[in-house]
Design a protein around this ligand. Structure first.
Ligand code: ZN
Ligand code: ZN
Ligand code: ZN
Ligand code: ZN
Length: 481
């Protein structure tokens, strides 16, 4: 701990323990938007490999993969990644190799993460792998497990997983109880490793990053550069302020956010957004994000339940929506959504798209224009249209999501920047250079703060913008001639 504090001191950071919150990371100097506060390599990590989708264990890329010839479980993109991982995989490979085919299938990413955790601990204690102030097992030991808050069913599941790990490792000295507690630690502390566009690639344990607490209105953001976790300031963080990131999707009413935090992270959030629960502003915001729309198509008022519980009243124009009418819509919507989710071997892409477009039309009549559900459906249609390379239609849906994104992802939020980026790319594909420049510039304004400017992803974005500018000036000059 002392070592860790002095390592953090050099970075203008310190850990303090606060009674109700536990450990907190505080800034001991000022940080400005875009500045890296802290970065860390994972203690252990695994790619989210499944039967269909595999990634290199070293770099998480998915091209040129070859299976490790020893265990036939782990993939590598080349000898460089294999070599850098060899100290640990040498042991893991032996363990995996002695399993029969069926048992090997039970080695899911979370089971592997646990196996790697124990192997790394062993190798560090034997000094095969060096330990440092920010890279040692005692940091893992210090993580919260919330074991007393976990329900019975989950505990049983952890115990089963613990048994499997014990069976695979065949180390008589490890205790099931400790293993189960470590699974609970993973659930509360492990991070999903994403690429620059926030698509999930794997899972990693970053015990120093895990000290950073949650806020629904965070002053920092966590992104990944390859496997390293990087925390950047998205606001000015004055000396003495606690550094905070968001653990969850922050778009959503206070109730939705609190539920997500309670379920996965087992705590009640008391951030500046959450303490407003029950106040007029918070009720209004919830009704906008998750409530119904006014009967008058031109009115954007929000609706609240009437005191006699017969329906919902627009708080702007006073129009009433009958409970039965809403119920009818909701039933119809549920039917459509169930149909869309049911896997059908004959449904093609086009049919799936028209199904979601139908859902979107229905949601537009039911929900407030800033509804999260409506935004998510549009997002779904957008993704499907992109896969079909229908750029024109995709752009329509992308633009429809922007006002909601700007409302729910305030300030420098990576999701907002990425949505601007999508609009820019689509305009570019359609040959609308001027519009492409407008959107790409907006994307750069946000993403250079959240992502920095040095990653391959950001270099691509900056190059796209540069290309668009060159093309625009070429178009202008050829018009002048
Ligand atoms: Zn690799
Ligand atoms: Zn192997
Ligand atoms: Zn909160
Ligand atoms: Zn109204």
């Amino acid at each position: 701990m002392e070592d860790l504090q002095s390592a953090l001191k050099e970075r203008n950071l310190t850990i303090s323990t606060i009674a109700e919150k536990g450990r907190c990371l505080f800034a001991t100097g000022d940080f400005y938007p875009g500045e890296v506060i802290i970065s860390q390599e994972p203690y252990v990590c695994v790619p989210n490999n499944s039967g269909f989708d595999s990634r290199c264990d070293g770099c998480f890329l998915s091209s040129n993969l070859k299976k490790c010839s020893g265990c036939q479980v782990v993939w590598y993109c080349g000898s460089e990644c294999q070599k850098s991982d060899w100290n640990l995989h040498r042991l893991e490979c032996k363990i995996l190799s002695r399993l029969d085919k069926d048992k090997r299938k039970s080695v899911t990413p979370s089971i592997r993460l646990m196996i790697k955790l124990y192997l790394r601990r062993k190798l560090q204690s034997e000094k095969v792998i060096p330990s440092t102030a920010t890279d040692n097992y005692s940091l893992v030991e210090a993580l919260v497990a919330h074991i007393s808050d976990i329900d019975e069913k989950q505990l049983v599941l952890y115990a089963q997983m613990a048994n499997l790990v014990k069976l695979i490792l065949q180390w008589p000295e490890i205790k099931i109880k400790e293993l189960a507690e470590n699974f609970s630690k993973f659930a509360c502390n492990a991070h999903t490793i994403c690429d620059g566009e926030l698509r999930p690639l794997g899972t990693g344990l970053y015990p120093v990053i895990s000290i950073i607490n949650h806020s629904c209105l965070p002053n920092s953001v966590l992104v990944f550069e390859g496997r390293s976790a990087v925390v950047r300031a998205v606001q000015h963080i004055a000396k003495g302020t606690e550094v905070m990131i968001s653990y969850i999707e922050t778009a959503g009413s206070t109730m939705t956010r609190q539920k997500a935090l309670k379920e996965q992270y087992l705590f009640t959030c008391t951030c500046p957004r959450c303490i407003k629960v029950g106040q007029y502003d918070d009720i209004r915001e919830s009704a906008i994000l998750e409530g119904y729309r006014c009967k008058d198509e031109k009115c954007d008022g929000f609706l609240l339940r009437t005191s006699d519980d017969k329906g919902f009243e627009c708080q702007q124009c006073g129009l009433l929506r009958d409970k039965e009418e809403i119920k009818k819509f909701a039933t119809e919507l549920k039917l459509l959504e169930d149909r869309a989710l049911r896997p059908s071997p004959i449904a093609n892409h086009q049919e799936t798209i028209s199904m979601y477009k139908m859902i979107e039309r229905l949601q537009r009549k039911l929900f407030h224009p800033f509804s999260i559900a409506l935004m998510q459906t549009r997002e779904k249609v957008l993704k499907l249209l992109m896969e079909l390379e229908d750029w024109r239609d995709a752009l329509v849906y992308c633009k429809l999501t922007i006002p909601v994104y700007e409302r729910v992802y305030l300030g420098f939020h990576p999701l907002l920047g990425l949505q601007y980026y999508s609009c820019g790319k689509l305009e570019w594909f359609l040959g609308e250079t001027g519009e492409a420049i407008k959107w790409l510039s907006k994307a750069v304004d946000v993403l250079r703060i959240t992502h920095g400017t040095n990653t391959p992803f950001m270099k691509d974005l900056l190059m796209n913008l540069e290309e668009a500018r060159v093309e625009a000036s070429y178009k202008r000059s050829s018009k002048d001639e």
